[in-house]
Design a protein. Sequence first.
Length: 287
Amino acid sequence: MASITDVVKEGLKYPFNDGKKVLTLGIIFLVSSLVSLAMEYLVFDNMRILANLAPVDSVQAALSALPPSSLALIVLSWIVTFVLMVFASGYIYDVIKYGIEGRSELPEFSDIKGLLLKGLRAFVVGLAYSILPMILFFLGLMLTVNESVGTSVNAIGGIILLLAIIFAIFVSLVNVMALCNMVDKDEFAAAFRFKEILGLIKNLGWGRFIGILLFTVIAVMIITLFCGFIFGAIAGIVSMIVGSAFVMALINMILNSLLINPFVSIAISRVYGSIYKEATKTELETI
């Protein structure tokens, strides 16, 4: 059985096996970020113009006053961003699969339709797992901040909010193994076989399972902060030369989208696959 540090180190090294594919995923993230940025600029610029011409009293009124061409571009940008993120999720799906199989190479991008379908499957699973925690969280938040319901209800809301946070952490942990189970079985329903999923976590051990994930998060945070400092320094120097703060934000976004985001996504997904492989290996050893 591999140690916690071995699993995390292997995951962090894995993206370096093929820098071109990491960069390809980074380009997908970058295009998505640029499309989102263009959409935000379009929305706020149009709202600013409308507010100067005829002030509106709500965001809904401002959006309804936008020209049809602008609304069409906004909807199109949302669709493009969603499709790109689903495609990237499909690639991450394959990274998890390669991790479970112990393959050293990175997946290909050639099967576009397959990656989109896998990404959509992963998106639906993530959404399904997040619905109940989100409902509990917003219910607790509303009861906590609503001054008209009284202090006793506020206190109940605070308890619900705390329970919602704890429940969300538990669900997010289960979601990791659920996603891996779906990838391994290549079956959507496998993500909701809770007895099987909890059994896999039990085989690995909750302490070891949480330890690997926590160590991964800490390692990724350190790498991200270090690279963020370097990228920030580069962006700051360039922005001082050009004399524009926007350039600094743009360079930071480009460097993070191209390098940090794909590295982190692939490394964490590789760790997920390795965790599942360890859980199934432990299960076989106990039989």
